[in-house]
Design a binder for this molecule. Structure first.
Ligand code: AMP
Length: 215
């Protein structure tokens, strides 16, 4: 099962990718998480990436493609993987196609999470993330039982630097301009499946499974 989860920031890709990857025993490869880890470590790559991320811009293609190439080379991707937040530009999609071709494998399905802009804004600006396990909450729609603490692991919840309203608006523009052309790209390859991304996580999860099975 080799999948790409595509959609605007806040569309629910991460939540659904985490659940399906755990259920299938395959890795979730989230470039945003990988970049945030590099930033937290203070590596050279992290320092370079942070400047782009803080202003809601995309990190240069060659940097992200390098990260993904290295990650796909690890043996845990053999049974499959879910790419979450990659590719985000046509250049990245073409690089991915070459990477997979070298390994004589193909993507099985691209799942697009369709969510309205108003809903994306509401979700992102209220989003809180666990430092420990990466679980996400929303201050209004899905608050944790204890304020500021993760229900699953007790970790501290924080607001991502790029979830401020101004940066969120910028990220949505970047999505429309640079990432949404991928819908046509994958549609023309017969790989695109559209999922309505508004509803309960469980409902959306069931729609994802149907989309992946091609029904
Ligand atoms: P995300 O967690 O997927 O919303 O990503 C957070 C930020 O990391 C984005 O706003 C970009 O700055 C950067 N990023 C993540 N994935 C990519 C990618 N595939 N290409 C370029 N930048 C990325």
């Amino acid at each position: 099962m080799r999948l790409i989860f595509l959609g605007a920031p806040g569309a629910g890709k991460g939540t659904q990718a985490r659940a399906l990857a755990a259920q299938q025993g395959i890795p979730q490869i989230a470039t945003g998480d990988m970049l945030r880890e590099a930033v937290a470590k203070g590596s050279r790559l992290g320092t370079e990436a942070k400047a782009y991320m803080d202003r809601g811009a995309l990190v240069p293609d060659e940097v992200v493609v390098g990260l993904v190439a290295e990650r796909l080379g690890r043996s845990d991707t053999k049974p499959g993987f879910i790419l979450d937040g990659f590719p985000r530009t046509v250049v990245q999609a073409e690089a991915l196609e070459r990477l997979l071709k070298e390994r004589e494998i193909e993507v099985d399905r691209v799942v697009f999470f369709d969510v309205s802009e108003g809903e994306l804004l509401r979700r992102l600006t209220g989003r809180r993330v666990c430092r420990g396990c990466g679980a996400t909450y929303h201050v209004v729609f899905s608050p944790p039982e204890r304020a500021g603490k993760c229900d699953r692991c007790g970790g501290e919840l924080y607001q991502r630097d790029d979830d401020s309203e101004a940066t969120v608006r910028r990220r949505l523009v970047v999505y429309t301009e640079q990432t949404s052309p991928l819908l046509d790209y994958y549609q023309s390859r017969g790989l695109l499946a559209r999922v309505a991304g508004e509803g309960s996580p469980e409902e959306i999860g069931r729609a994802v499974v149907r989309a992946v099975r091609g029904r």
